[in-house]
Design a protein around this ligand. Structure first.
Ligand code: GLC
Length: 737
């Protein structure tokens, strides 16, 4: 009886028991050049219904490595259709079960700060100074997106920003590299977890590599001119932090950096990131940023653009098809080494194995129903939103709202807004699921009559304010005026809102101005007329409920500014970690900076008020000197000297007194969010080690220069320098040479 032939042995790359690198090597060795080039392409499958057969054929042919789940290049600004896991499974099945090698597609999407549950935007949640909570909340977001079939998110954005006119400041964590790094690591860990192959996890993507936030004039896509000193000391550290945290991918940018488009920068991508850091992830272009090399005037045509991109080390091309159409010819002409193609494919395959795609390529469509807007997710979103609210002014303790109040007017464009709270990078959030400010207050304080008026009629609004004991005026720019390709020339509230604030102010009744703008804006009218000013920001799905907890005093505000607020546009750029002009020293008393404006900002980095008061005392340094391999403890006692439980953010700043290059007036090197009951105290301690004092020196290397460092502990960036630490030893470069 003829025996059935034994089944062919399963190829090594399909064996989940083998180490990923072995599976990568085995699969790469089996691939044709066309299949390798196919892995470097990402397609946007627009109009899927009409072009379904075309797309399925492409997947079967193994022509694409990835698919971006978006209907436009400005996904965040335009409404996006909900995802259809069944459609994603259908295309994936064509790739996995019908192509020659069965390499799965990597589905990527802009899950920036939410899916169905939408968190505060990053520029708002950065004010929480609570990376642990951000990590947990983004873990919830990852679970919701993964349930819909997403396996890779184009987040976190870790661009450092000093010009708030730039619309994409709303995606950033502001002007400080340390805070941005902490939030970058939180996001990578939140999205990826310990194992991105685990259900509910996504591959993360740090972007935009590197320096996009320096767009001249705040104009999106404009050229950037970061100095080498600033690039290495300020711009690159958050990318290094994300790389150390194991981020699976990075995205290059649209911008030109000092003459080289970031998407064609061999120095940065192949040099600093891949060779210098030894990072083994993959780099994706931004949408069409390889195509843009022609627009930058550095590529004559698409073939040259494709060559420049791959030569730079850019592994996956988002949407333009230049790699797909040109890399074969470039290789055949000998203008690109095959090794560069193999390196790119190896990195992409490594990521797919890391994401568990070969062993779990499909999604269970039923999952979404149980995970989307899960009560635990909404609760965490609400807590993060409450901690992200910044109290800027509170004359006479007007806030929290007194329980004796009977009639409070809730007015202005944001009083009953919904979609606007979801920010300008929201693809799956549903406005109808947002808690409005009015609903949040009414649900939390049924004993107070919260009245409102049609925001379209300012006379009705003023009339309603006149009849109330206090007005909460809810203003701010909406998602329509920030985000990608949405910058402003004048850093101010949208038209008419200053006048509205002044009109309410002239009633002479208690006025609270609440700004929901995604960025931190100065408001002269609020400064002049409001007894209390609150920056709420874009708070997400739970906006109204989260804000009500703060306004009614269930929790005290604890948010701290992640970005300096200028007094006017003319002061930009103005940021705390600046190089002090030598002339500003005491020897030059006449230095004013401007003839027509003060030198100080309206509100400084790290600032935020509380409903309680705190005292920081008994500061102590474990030792005034430290060897290069040493560590010292800088501690203080924090006491809640006020009437209610509240959290304070203690911040550690250092200044490098004398160095081989000019150094910032101060740099944030640590922060701790401490919650205390009235009268309670806690010892707060920061470890300071040499690694935190290293910087990119005149030797163009990241190294430690012994010498004197001034230390400050405080609750914002005005903390006084009280201690000095002397690091002994010889400069590392001497030790190395
Ligand atoms: C956009 C953005 C980028 C985003 C990508 C995909 O143009 O620059 O941040 O992730 O394209 O939507």
């Amino acid at each position: 009886m003829n025996q059935n032939p034994p089944p062919a042995p399963r190829p090594a790359y399909q064996n989940p028991a083998l180490p990923a690198e072995e599976r990568v090597a085995d699969l790469l060795a089996r691939m044709t050049q066309a299949e390798k080039i196919g892995q470097l392409g990402q397609v946007a499958m627009f109009s899927f219904a009409e072009r379904r057969e075309e797309y399925l054929a492409g997947a079967r042919a193994g022509q694409w490595g990835s698919r971006i789940l978006a209907e436009s290049a400005w996904a965040g600004n335009n409404p996006e259709p909900a995802l259809d896991p069944a459609q994603l499974n259908e295309v994936q099945r064509a790739a996995v079960e019908e192509s020659r090698l069965g390499i799965p597609l990597l589905y990527g999407r802009d899950v920036i700060y939410g899916h169905r549950t939408v968190l505060p935007i990053p520029h708002t949640y950065a004010a929480s100074f609570n990376p642990d909570l951000v990590e947990q909340a983004l873990g919830d977001v990852a679970a919701e997106a993964a349930a819909d079939g997403v396996r890779w998110t184009f987040s976190p954005m870790v661009d450092l920003v000093r010009d708030p006119r730039w619309g994409r400041v709303i995606e950033s964590c502001g002007e400080d590299p340390f805070l941005t790094s902490q939030m970058a690591v939180a996001a990578v860990r939140g999205f990826q977890g310990d194992d991105p192959a685990a259900p509910g996890r996504l591959l993360a993507c740090a972007k935009h590599f590197a320096g996009y936030g320096g767009a001249e004039g705040g104009r999106d896509y404009d050229t950037t001119g970061w100095s080498e000193n600033t690039l290495h000391n300020m711009i690159l550290p958050p990318f290094a932090a994300a790389a150390r945290a194991g981020v699976a991918s990075m995205m290059a940018g649209f911008h030109d950096l000092g003459g080289t488009p970031s998407s064609a920068s061999q120095d940065l991508i192949r040099g600093w990131l891949k060779d210098g850091l030894g990072w083994n992830g993959f780099v994706v272009s931004d949408w069409g940023s390889i195509y843009d090399l022609i627009g930058h005037g550095v590529a004559q045509d698409e073939r040259e653009a494709a060559r420049l991109g791959l030569a730079a080390g850019l592994d996956l091309e988002m949407t333009a098809g230049f790699y797909e159409r040109n890399i074969g010819a470039l290789l055949d002409a000998g203008t690109l080494p095959e090794a560069w193609l193999d390196d790119a494919v190896r990195r992409l395959l490594r990521a797919k194995f890391r994401a568990g795609l070969f062993d779990r390529p499909y999604t269970d469509p039923a999952l979404a129903r149980t995970l989307h807007c899960h009560p635990d997710h909404l609760a965490r979103a609400r807590e993060l939103a409450s901690q992200s609210v910044v109290l800027l002014k509170n004359q006479g303790g007007l806030l929290p709202l007194a329980p004796t109040l009977k009639k409070v007017a809730v007015l202005g464009p944001y009083a009953e807004a919904r979609r606007e709270h979801l920010g300008s990078w929201c693809l799956n959030g549903r406005p109808e699921e947002v808690t409005t400010v009015l609903d949040g207050l009414r649900a939390a304080a049924p004993g107070i009559a919260f009245t409102t008026a049609n925001a379209a009629f300012s006379d009705a609004l003023i009339d309603t304010a006149r009849q109330a004991e206090l007005t909460l005026l809810c203003v701010g720019e909406s998602h329509l005026r920030n985000g990608e390709n949405k910058s402003i020339a004048e850093l101010a509230l949208p038209p008419g809102q200053e006048e509205l604030i002044a009109a309410c102010g002239r009633l002479g009744l208690p006025l609270v101005v609440i700004d929901f703008s995604g960025r931190y804006l100065p408001s002269p009218a609020a400064e002049a007329h409001a007894q209390a000013i609150v920056h709420a920001g874009s708070l997400g799905t739970e906006a109204g409920a989260a804000l009500a907890r703060v306004l009614l005093g269930e929790v005290s505000p604890s948010g701290k500014l992640p970005m300096t607020i200028p007094r006017c546009t003319g002061q930009i750029p103005i940021y705390y970690n600046r190089k002090l002009p030598a002339k500003i020293a005491p020897t030059c008393a006449t230095y004013r900076g401007y003839e027509d404006e003060r030198l100080t900002p309206l509100y400084r980095f790290g600032f935020g008020l509380s409903y309680s008061t705190f005292r920081l005392a008994n500061l102590g340094l474990s030792s005034g000197t430290m060897p290069p391999d040493g560590t010292v403890q800088f501690s203080a006692t924090l006491t809640n000297t006020g009437p209610r439980r509240a959290a304070e953010v203690v911040q550690l700043y250092i200044r490098d007194s004398v160095a081989s290059t000019t150094r910032p007036e101060r740099e944030l090197k640590g922060f701790q969010r401490i919650e205390l009951g009235p009268g309670e105290s806690a010892r707060v301690s920061f470890s300071i080690a040499a690694d935190q004092l290293r910087f990119y020196t005149a030797n163009r290397r990241w190294e430690l220069e012994p010498g004197e460092f001034r230390l400050a502990l405080g609750t914002d960036s005005a903390a006084p320098f009280t201690h000095t630490l002397t690091v002994t030893g010889t400069p590392e470069h001497n030790a190395k040479t």
